[in-house]
Design a protein around this ligand. Structure first.
Ligand SMILES: C[S@@+](CC[C@H](N)C(=O)[O-])C[C@H]1O[C@@H](n2cnc3c(N)ncnc32)[C@H](O)[C@@H]1O
Length: 242
């Protein structure tokens, strides 16, 4: 049995937020390097595709939710976003990515919990969230916040690893995440447990279709799309008008 270290978050438990925050603060300095190595560079390609999926919303005011080291925020500004609001509750993740911007870039970086966003109702044209919502306890609160801040007709794109369906995908993804990810992630960041948590968090998460129906419950019409290779999925949704 996999026994988590004392400071390791337990996926599925409601009080794991402080441990999740501490874990991301720990791995922040090496987070980008670990991503590139573990995904063989695919992570940035997935992010670019997610930005395109925002459609016209990407040139308006966009919330980068669970923004981490701000890769998606950088891409949004490069795509012509009027303003990017980058929100994350791990201040060291945000600090590690802040060098990606200059003073003239239209970005507002805020340390905030996805379950309680200090953002006005109906004030953003689009929301993007990369690999973040899987880590948020009380997911329904975070999704209700997305529906609250998004303007009617606005678009949300969620890129993440969801629970795989079918024996072969489960076997392949589970083996890679159990054997390779903690070892390589541990060598790069010095925190192997953080990368053991990745697999746990996927196991405890929804399938992509189940996630889309959670969005439906807060008034967002959503559809799941598989990425290549089909380990990552993208959920595209639009807030219903009225
Ligand atoms: C795997 S990283 C993803 C970062 C970035 N979006 C990316 O594409 O690489 C997950 C991020 O979600 C943030 N996070 C987790 N739970 C959160 C919460 N309740 N509120 C705000 N941010 C949260 C973590 O601090 C972390 O930076």
């Amino acid at each position: 049995m996999n026994v988590p270290a004392p400071n390791t978050p337990v996926a599925g438990s409601e009080d794991r937020a402080p441990a999740v925050r501490a874990m991301f603060n720990d791995i922040a300095p090496k987070y980008d390097t670990a991503n590139r190595v573990l995904s063989l560079g695919l992570d940035q390609w997935w992010r670019r595709r997610a930005i395109k999926a925002l459609g016209e919303s990407r040139t308006g005011v966009v919330l980068d939710l669970c923004a981490g080291t701000l890769d998606l925020s950088r891409m949004l500004i490069d795509e012509g976003a009027t303003r990017v609001i980058a929100a994350d509750f791990a201040e060291d993740m945000l600090a590690s990515g802040s060098h990606k911007f200059t003073d003239v870039d239209p970005i507002e970086i805020m340390c905030a919990d996805a379950r309680e966003l200090p953002i006005e109702d109906n004030s953003v044209d689009g929301i993007i969230c990369g690999f973040g919502l899987r880590n948020v306890p009380e997911l329904h609160r975070a999704l209700a916040e997305c529906a609250r801040v998004l303007r009617p007709g606005g678009t949300i794109v969620v890129l993440d690893f969801f629970q795989p369906i079918g024996f072969i995908p489960r076997l392949l993804q589970g083996t890679y995440n159990r054997l390779i990810v903690p070892t390589v992630g541990g060598i790069i960041t010095g925190f192997g447990d953080a990368y053991r948590y990745l697999n746990q968090s996927i196991d405890a998460f929804y399938t992509a279709d189940e996630f889309a129906s959670q969005l439906h419950d807060v008034g967002i019409e959503a559809k799941a799309h598989s990425m290549f290779p089909p380990v990552a999925h993208m959920i595209e949704g639009q807030l219903r008008n009225g």
